[in-house]
Design a protein around this ligand. Sequence first.
Ligand SMILES: [Zn+2]
Length: 269
Amino acid sequence: MTKPVRSKLTCIVINREFIFTQIACSPAGYFFCLKRIENVSPTEYFYRQPSLILYIDIHTHQSPNPSVWSIQNVHEHFDKLYPQSNYSTGIHPWYIDAANTSLQLDRMKIASQASNVLAIGECGLDRICLVDFRLQEKVFIEQISWANEIAKPLIIHCVKAHREALSLLKEYNRTAPVIFHGFNNNEEIAASIIQSGYYLSFGKSLFSPSQEKVFAGISNDRLFLETDDSEYSIESIYAQAARIKNTTPEQLGNHIQQNAKKIFNSPTL
Ligand SMILES: [Zn+2]
């Protein structure tokens, strides 16, 4: 009797497109049955390989990696989104065009209605950039209101303006889940964000000793991890985060996946 042929789902990337194929392995050796599998998401790929962790990169400017569930951030060219990726679309305070703010917001609003745009952002306030602070507040309020209208979470960029950002969110946000991304601040500010019912996302700052204590004190049900525009891989950020929390990347990954499921409307989670 011939032994059954074992097969394995694998993934290759050609021209930024994820191609899922079935590779078959016979008892006599390998042969390839390069049958293209349609309708397989990166998450399904993960589930068929249970030894792997589902890495979730909540905010990135890097190209998509098929084994990572990620949200790519876009602040312009809103009409150039690929259907197989997840996105956040928003007007970053650095890129507010004072002469064309309404047009920028209109374009963002149209793009954000696509089902693979999972969040509005990054948007927020930045005391260091040159854009007028009142204008930043106006554009931020518009985006908070829009996130509420289309029922999508907000991803917040905030530099030296946490008090103001929290006060605008308190006034204008009714229902949208909120993630303060790229957190790199003290315990007091972290506590005020958590007390407001919001989430914190950490990235490269975890490699600086001053953030270790802050991160260690954040409850696992309020956390996300991200690569943003850093050179770190999401795998190395998970490993560092797990080390600080004295746990495994798998256990931490489980918490993060539950957090993502709670707030993102995505069939691939
Ligand atoms: Zn960013």
